[in-house]
Ligand binder design. Structure first.
Ligand code: ATP
Length: 186
């Protein structure tokens, strides 16, 4: 029986902020593994700029030296928008002996009431919120993990790439992948 922290996101592209979240979770929550779970089609955001397969490949590059961090592609197995409640039911059905947590950045916690099927989702899984620069959340039902501020976002990285400047917070291995595949070019 494993304790697994799921960390969902668009990861367009993945960056050191995401990796730092994984390490904070492994340090402070009693889990065996963190599973990075890229969204196939985010319900709350514009479609990702990079394809699902490229985002998965970038995630594998990001965590290639990490023994306790894996990448799950489960959300690509369903068509349409990726609703977390459906994914969690699917995972709990496939892995009935494991316990799952769902990790989100602190900036997302106040939006939880807007998530599709949130009441059912809260009954299925414990949420864990990781602090993020500028985010304070008051939701007592969300367990809080502290993390040093890592002031980087996928948006800022995409903007820097478009201006041909060296992006902050992007590991060289992921930058090499982006250049090789001509991602995020205007
Ligand atoms: P974008 O800028 O495109 O919105 P993002 O950098 O927020 O992207 P996502 O893939 O949307 O990245 O984020 C996945 C999860 O990671 C979210 O829960 C988000 O709050 C969290 N997260 C992203 N960057 C950080 C960071 N620097 N510190 C803490 N949490 C983060």
């Amino acid at each position: 029986m494993r304790q697994i922290a799921l960390f969902g996101g668009t990861f367009d592209p993945p960056h050191v902020g995401h990796l730092t979240v994984c390490h904070a979770v492994l340090d402070q929550l009693e889990v065996d593994e963190v599973w990075l779970m890229p969204t196939y089609q985010p319900p709350h955001k514009e479609p990702a700029r990079a394809s699902f397969d490229h985002r998965v490949a970038m995630l594998h590059t990001l965590v290639r030296n990490e023994e306790q961090i894996r990448v799950t592609t489960i959300e690509s197995e369903r068509q349409g928008l990726s609703y977390t409640v459906d994914t969690i039911k699917d995972l709990q059905h496939r892995y009935p002996n494991d316990t799952f947590y769902f990790v989100i950045g602190g900036d997302m916690v106040d939006y939880l009431p807007k998530w599709y099927g949130i009441e059912e989702l809260r009954s299925l899984i414990q949420f864990v919120g990781v602090s993020r620069p500028g985010s304070l959340f008051r939701d007592q039902t969300v367990q809080q993990i502290k993390m040093e501020d890592v002031d980087v976002s996928s948006t800022s990285i995409r903007q820097q790439l478009a201006q041909m400047s060296q992006p902050d917070g992007l590991p060289v291995s992921v930058l090499d992948y982006i250049k090789e595949h001509h991602l995020y070019e205007c």
